[in-house]
Ligand binder design. Sequence first.
Ligand code: PPE
Length: 311
Amino acid sequence: MPQADVIWKNGELVPWDEAKIHVLTHALHYGTGVFEGVRCYDTEIGPAIFRHHEHVDRLFRSSSLYYMPIPFTQEQIRQATLETVAANGLRSCYIRPIVFRGEGPMGLNPLDSPVDVAIACWEWGAYLGDEGKANGVRAKVSSWRRLSPAGLIPHAKATGQYLNSVLAKIEATKAGYDEAILLDDAGVVCEGSGENLFVVRDGRIVTPPQTASILDGINRRSVIEIAGDLGYEVVERDLARAELYLADEVFVTGTAAELTPIREVDDHPVGTGEPGPITREVQRVFEDALHGRDERYRRWLDPVPVSEQVS
Ligand code: PPE
């Protein structure tokens, strides 16, 4: 994977290779960490982080759901992220803030272990491939159900919870598909292994509701707003598995995946088998928003303070 120069760790920037942890880190054993996936784009107004405040806010909420007090304020974490991107001289990158229970007593009670924080960033291209982003990917409904809200907290972006996505992703890729779609505990459509999901039927956009064990995706919210601004009706309701096969269009959204069309589900072509017109239109405006090309959504960008160098 591409490396950058420095990583922010508990308040200071350290060289990439020195951002290490002990093998008895609590989170390594018990999954007691929470994280974010954030992206910085080289926009019309310079490098800028997309919906930065919302990501920092979700990090703190995830952390609080697992009783992990972060020893920094939201504003300190936001400034640290801006500083890390700037120090690495990156104009466009993926950013991974992580908060975790560090080296402390073994055993399930994490409350006496320190809460460590790190922020790394690196260049990361299209998550499901450039081809996939342009022409759509092939998905498989997973035999693994999305983690149940009776056992864990789907709204939290917690490290241990990702074993669920990992199983689904392994199954889908071993079977020759690009991505997994998980149903929830009740058998209704939930989301991709690392993305929220949208279906277009009869000109309407439908996406599973907050109660369907989804992660409350920040790009999901952005796309709902953009689609509304474009005049589309967006409905949050339960989706039956068969509606994936009967859909005119299907697409997923996420920080890593951005907006990626799904062109096949379980070997059924979605619609014509190519990304449909509504997907294309929403994707175009969403990409404009990410890159600061649409003034309406400039409020979603948090500029990275960089000295403009003439090269
Ligand atoms: N659901 C899940 C399970 C999920 O992991 C993500 C993000 C989303 C929905 C979309 O959320 P948002 O990014 O706020 O729109 N997945 C992150 C991790 C991907 C990874 O492989 O790591 C991401 O996109 O950064």
